[in-house]
Design a protein around this ligand. Structure first.
Ligand code: MRU
Length: 351
């Protein structure tokens, strides 16, 4: 399966509406930056790398449509559009990484025409690099597993959350290529159900033997089934290795420790935020109460009930067996080794 959830098409951006999966595979055409902002905020496009790619295309869209000869004005408005997209979701650092990279590149332009070209070229480059990055994460990830292993995951860190292959799901794609078999347990991922709607669908399309469980079944499943490892994606990794990912991830990491099962985080370097020293400093998005109180528009809780709906949690680095990146796997001394990776990352990935 090689579905591309975000792509540039005829001066517009095609976005797979992930809210409609698995019932409908529908692409929405965004022609304005406002439509891209909405697609990110309302989770039509979700998953840290895919959010970054969509935002980069959003800025490219705005740049293409802008009628102006005044470079200074164009560049100051570009920064305002960057700030606008930055308000779409707070936790995934890939969003900020992508729009800051776009802003930096465009600011070196000599004319508005050149700035427009650079904006589109850079957005396409971000997407292309992410595909190669995820392939490398898949290779490193697969090296940790053996044929017939069974791996548990939560949320969706698959191809549709990235340019290709995914992060946590990338080893499943690489295993297929290499004729190896990996089995999966997908946690449902209340309340937005990325596990059941997206991961179960994506792995089924790929031909992986995937078993769906609700989040509350994870402990019992780890105790009673042969689960060889847990692998998850990430939205932001602090300098000390503490990792923000979908709500429920921290609980899984605690369970992995008490069942002596390795717990891996798979993420590109664009998810690592060395400016945030500790996981407690990562901003955690809180989403509308209706995600919990309603199911398909139907109330499943008493009206007026107090709701706490954090979309992410932070797993302390002490619970993480390894962080799998495109530059290799870190298993200890996360602070030192993440900084060392920064130097390696500056050499870049050959695409
Ligand atoms: O709210 P979402 O669906 O955007 O949350 C996504 C996750 O938590 C993913 O695990 C993470 O972004 C990594 S996607 C490769």
């Amino acid at each position: 399966m090689t579905i591309q959830s975000v792509r540039w098409d005829k001066d517009s951006v095609l976005i797979l509406d992930q809210q409609k999966l698995p019932h409908e595979v529908t692409f929405e055409r965004a022609t304005t930056i406002e439509q891209v902002w909405e697609a990110i905020t309302y989770l039509k496009v979700r998953g840290a790398p895919a959010i970054g790619i969509a935002a980069a295309f959003g800025l490219a869209l705005w740049a293409q449509a802008k009628q102006s000869n005044q470079l200074d004005l164009f560049l100051s408005e570009f920064i305002a559009q960057r700030d606008y997209l930055a308000s779409s979701r707070p936790t995934a650092i890939n969003l900020f990484w992508a729009i800051d990279r776009m802003t930096q590149k465009v600011s070196g332009s000599g004319s508005v025409e050149e700035a427009k070209d650079i904006a589109l070229t850079e957005a396409l480059a971000i997407q292309k690099e992410d595909a190669e990055t995820c392939r490398k994460i898949g290779e490193y990830g697969l090296s940790l597993f053996k044929d017939q292993d069974t791996i548990m995951t939560i949320c969706n860190a698959g191809a549709i959350a990235t340019a290709k292959y995914g992060t946590a799901l990338a080893p499943f794609y690489l295993a297929k290529d290499q004729g190896l078999t990996l089995h999966a347990y997908a946690c449902e991922t209340r309340p937005v159900l990325q596990g059941s709607r997206l991961t179960a669908w994506e792995l089924q399309q790929l031909g992986v033997n995937v078993t769906l469980i609700t989040d509350s079944m994870a402990a019992h499943t780890l105790k009673t089934k042969k689960i060889d490892a847990i692998i998850v994606g990430a939205d932001r990794i602090a300098a000390n290795g503490d990792t923000a990912n979908k709500i429920g991830t921290y609980g899984l990491a605690l369970l992995a420790k008490s069942h002596q099962i390795p717990f891996y985080v798979a993420a590109p370097f664009s998810t690592i935020d060395l400016n945030t020293l500790h996981g407690d400093d990562i901003p955690i998005e809180e989403r509308p109460p209706e995600e919990i109180t309603h199911l398909n528009g139907q109330a499943i809780a008493p009206s007026g009930i107090n709701v706490f709906n954090p979309a992410f949690d932070v797993t302390p680095h002490s619970l993480i067996s390894g962080i799998i990146t495109e530059y290799g796997i870190i298993t200890e001394e996360f602070s030192t080794n993440l900084t060392a990776l920064l130097d390696k990352s500056k050499e870049g990935i050959q695409v």
